[in-house]
Every structure is written in structure tokens, then in C-alpha cells.
Design a protein around this ligand. Sequence first.
Ligand code: CTP
Ligand code: MG
Length: 235
Amino acid sequence: MNYIVMMPAAGSGQRMGAGFNKLFLMLGNKPILIHTLEVFENDLACVEILLAVKQEEQSEIQAALNQYGITKVTRLVDGGSERQYSVAACIEAYDGDDIVLVHDAARPFIQQAVIKDLVSTAAKYGASIAGVQAKDTMKLAPLGIVEKTVDRETLWIIQTPQAFQIEVLRKASNQAKEDGFLGTDESMLVERLGYPVRIVQSTYDNVKMTTQEDIVFGEILLKRQRESKLKEDEI
Ligand code: CTP
Ligand code: MG
């Protein structure tokens, strides 16, 4: 089933501490941003990508899209001061009715199978989000003193992509704007309207490149990807 992508890329990468937008950092021989875009460039079901960028980075990003042959980005939308505003700008710029996948530009290791599952689940139920189960013992301790141990089977660590029927996402985004509500993901905006949101099992390697350690891990994942591709090609 076809879908479009709204991809926020207008952050500044403070926690990475590179001194510039972390999405320009190289992972292997390509910028992080390009790795993420290539996942969708190579997925036939993805028909269009709306990319939210900082105005002052627009020309540099356009140059990178040309250099690496990314053809599905139809629109560079002006990002906002918060991630949620960057996604809202994409929603305002879109007037189609395809399933929308919101995906952080900083997560280059999302797998096609997860995307497929998210899209079909959102098409059926309205909203779906990628998540993995907590591996460690989880405790509730709002003041640093344990109140209780939470059954980790019931806890999910949430990632992007998050997929939505466009009417659901648009309604949730407009309502958040009207109420001045700022969430940490799109799902929160949808949840507060009472819509059910289904979790789709993702993979632990869909990490967000946030701090320097993530780059080290990213390089290892990339190497593993290359090796398995080489093996496939041999067969
Ligand atoms: N993002 C965005 N607009 C913002 C803030 C973030 O489009 N105002 C994007 C980032 O470019 C990134 C994604 O949202 O692709 C997830 O955000 P995060 O990992 O927090 O990236 P940054 O905000 O750039 O990093 P930091 O929070 O460390 O400054
Ligand atoms: Mg941020």
C-alpha cells in the first residue's frame, strides 16, 4: 500500500555536540540524512517525501539530494523551533489522502518490514507506532525513590516511524495547536483525542542518532548491513 513520508530534519543536534546539524555527519561514506532518505527512496510503496528543514540549510540539503540522487523529496518545508512544529508544517503543506508516515531524519536504520507493517496497521485502524519492549527491569521513581517495579511486559520504548490516516493526524495536530499542547511525538497528539494507537513491533537497531555513542553503534550496524548485502550478492 502506498504512503508518503513527513520527515523532520530541522533540528540542531545539540546533544551530538558536533557544532552543526548532526544530520550532516557522515556515517560510512554518506550523511545520516541521506541514509535515512535512501530507505524510502528504495521502497516502491513510498510515493513522496516532505522534508522539514531549516531555511538556512535549504540550499545545502538540496545540493545533497542532488548529489546522492534522492528523487522522492517533492517539498522542502520550513521547519519550526520544535520538532512538533516541523511536522505540523509538513501537514499543512500536504493536501493528498495517502497514509502518512512521520519519521525522524535521525533514524537511518528503520527496516522495510516494519514500515510495511505500520502502513497496513494505520490504514486499518487509524494510527500505528513503532516500538520495542524494554529489556531492563523498569521502576517507577518520580523523585528518585522507588515507588514500584513496573511489569516490563507492559512497557514499550517508542520510536518513529509513526503512521496515520491523514485525517486523524491533521485533526490531532490542529487540536494541539489550538490548545497550545506540545508533545514529544505525534502519537501523544492523537492519544489525547481518544483515538486508539496500535504498537507495531520494531527492532532494537532503529536507534536515533542522538549522542556520539550512537554514531559508534551506527558505524557497526552499517558494517553489518554491508556484510550481509555482500553475502546476499554471493548467493
Ligand atoms: N527536528 C526538527 N525540528 C526541530 C527539532 C528537531 O525537524 N525544531 C528533527 C531533527 O532534525 C531530528 C528529529 O526531529 O531528525 C528528532 O529530533 P532530535 O533527535 O531531538 O534532533 P535534534 O533536535 O536536532 O537534536 P537535539 O535535541 O540534541 O538538539
Ligand atoms: Mg531535539
